[in-house]
Ligand binder design. Structure first.
Ligand code: GLN
Length: 192
């Protein structure tokens, strides 16, 4: 019997339930990640949106920071959305908050200005196919610089909004808040 893919969702904070629902629709199993041993039972990990300073502190307090960083360095597929993108990044502009530092990227937080705290737009994302993808941004960060190992999957003006570095995937938007499961599907393909 072929066992199903099991995705862990970091459950310290944020949109855990929404990610879970999309993954179940795609036939994956999920489990909440709250303790280091949870990482041994999963094929991939999602770092959901939330507030990155707080999530970083909680990662340290729960003893998850170094185990997750190690799993990422060893090749475990990790997908960070919004706060998750910030936590994956090596550099966070003008901040000394904790990050896992796995992706060779620099990020600007809360980058779309105070007025436009959130917005939605249809964006072309070629790796997902021809149909544009409906992106939802909530006090979103963007990647403002990326090393040579980073594949840019969506750029808008000078902002990188979706990127991949090997086993690591980062989105500035919230794919768990739309009905279109193509971004999660793309993540599951990284595991298969
Ligand atoms: N602004 C948040 C931060 O800097 C991210 C927002 C989100 O995850 N929706 O952590």
């Amino acid at each position: 019997m072929v066992s199903r893919i099991r995705i862990g969702i970091l459950a310290l904070q944020g949109a855990v339930r929404e990610h879970r629902a999309v993954l179940h629709r795609l036939g994956a199993e999920t489990c909440d990640v709250l303790n280091p041993p949870d990482l041994d039972r999963i094929d991939g990990l999602i770092l959901p949106g939330g507030e990155s300073t707080t999530t970083g502190k909680l990662l340290l307090r729960y003893g998850l920071a170094e185990p997750i960083a190690r799993a990422g360095r060893r090749g475990m597929p990790i997908f960070g959305t919004c706060t998750g993108l910030i936590l994956l990044s090596k550099h966070i502009n003008r901040s000394n908050q904790y990050s896992l530092g796995l992706m060779d990227t620099g990020v600007e937080r809360n980058a779309f200005g105070r007025q436009a705290n959130s917005f939605e737009a249809d964006m072309p994302i070629p790796v997902l196919g021809d149909k544009p993808y409906h992106t939802v941004f909530i006090r979103a960060p963007y990647i403002d610089r990326a090393g040579p190992d980073v594949d840019v999957l969506l750029r808008y003006e000078d902002k990188i909004l979706f990127a991949r570095q090997g086993n690591l995937l980062a989105a500035a938007f919230h794919p768990e808040l739309t009905d279109d499961a193509r971004v999660h599907e793309y993540f599951l393909q990284l595991i298969k």
